[in-house]
Design a protein around this ligand. Structure first.
Ligand SMILES: N[C@@H](CCC(=O)N[C@@H](CS)C(=O)NCC(=O)O)C(=O)O
Length: 211
């Protein structure tokens, strides 16, 4: 059984929890409070030198970091992870976009506005950039969704899950999605997918103990 080191209010961790829930894959969940430095202890750094969650123990002593790499691993062999050469490349294209253009802006704004007391004042100038660049990323996504129901392969994949994690928090970090009707429709489409779980969902302790 996998062990997932995760934080409830981490969008990157939520990607993995959502994928595992969609696949009905049992796992042991360990909550790591990054705000208390729990991802920077010597013990955690020995597992992931980046000191970040999510982190998946795939086999005893074997750990995988980086949310999108974890998605490819846990979803491998399912329709969530396209196998066709071009479809796989399209999914990767959007997952790189997520890490380069979306998460550094919406993720940073979410962190400083919601998780850090006084974060707005501490990051006033950076916030302006995050808002501007975040809106640019959202525009690119909205444009793609005008002609496509999903981001890759013509169906729901881990590329959608990767992009959903922070986009669905946009309103919590002061991005106004009213000018992005396609994104709003796509968010609703994802939320109506069978097996969808919210960010605060966690597997029942019995399910975790079953293995
Ligand atoms: N590129 C990484 C980013 C992971 C990341 O930024 N994790 C944050 C929580 S969302 C974290 O653990 N921060 C704690 C720290 O850097 O000390 C991924 O996609 O997994």
């Amino acid at each position: 059984m996998y062990t997932l080191y995760s934080m409830k209010r981490s969008g990157n961790s939520y990607k993995v929890r959502l994928t595992l829930a969609r696949l009905n894959t049992p796992y042991r969940l360990i909550e790591v409070d990054i705000l208390k430095g729990e991802s920077r202890t010597p013990d955690f750094l020995a597992k992931n030198p980046s000191g970040q969650v999510p982190l998946l123990e795939v086999a005893p002593g074997r750990h995988l970091a980086e949310s999108n790499a974890i998605l490819w691993y846990v979803a491998g062999g399912t329709s969530l992870a396209p196998d066709d050469r071009i479809e796989r490349a399209e999914a990767l294209q959007w997952m790189f976009f997520e890490q380069h253009s979306l998460e550094p802006n919406l993720g940073a704004a979410y962190f400083w506005l919601n998780l850090i007391k006084g974060g707005r004042d501490l990051q006033r100038h950076a916030l302006e950039d995050w808002m501007e660049q975040g809106y640019t990323a959202l525009s690119v996504m909205d444009k793609h969704l005008r002609d496509n129901a999903y981001f890759a392969a013509g169906h729901f994949t881990i590329a959608d899950i990767a992009l959903y994690a922070y986009t669905h928090l946009a309103h919590e970090c002061e991005y106004d999605l009213s000018a992005f009707p396609e994104i709003r429709a796509w968010l609703a489409r994802i939320e109506s997918e069978p097996g969808h779980v919210s960010m605060d969902w966690e597997p029942a302790p019995e399910a975790q103990a079953a293995e």
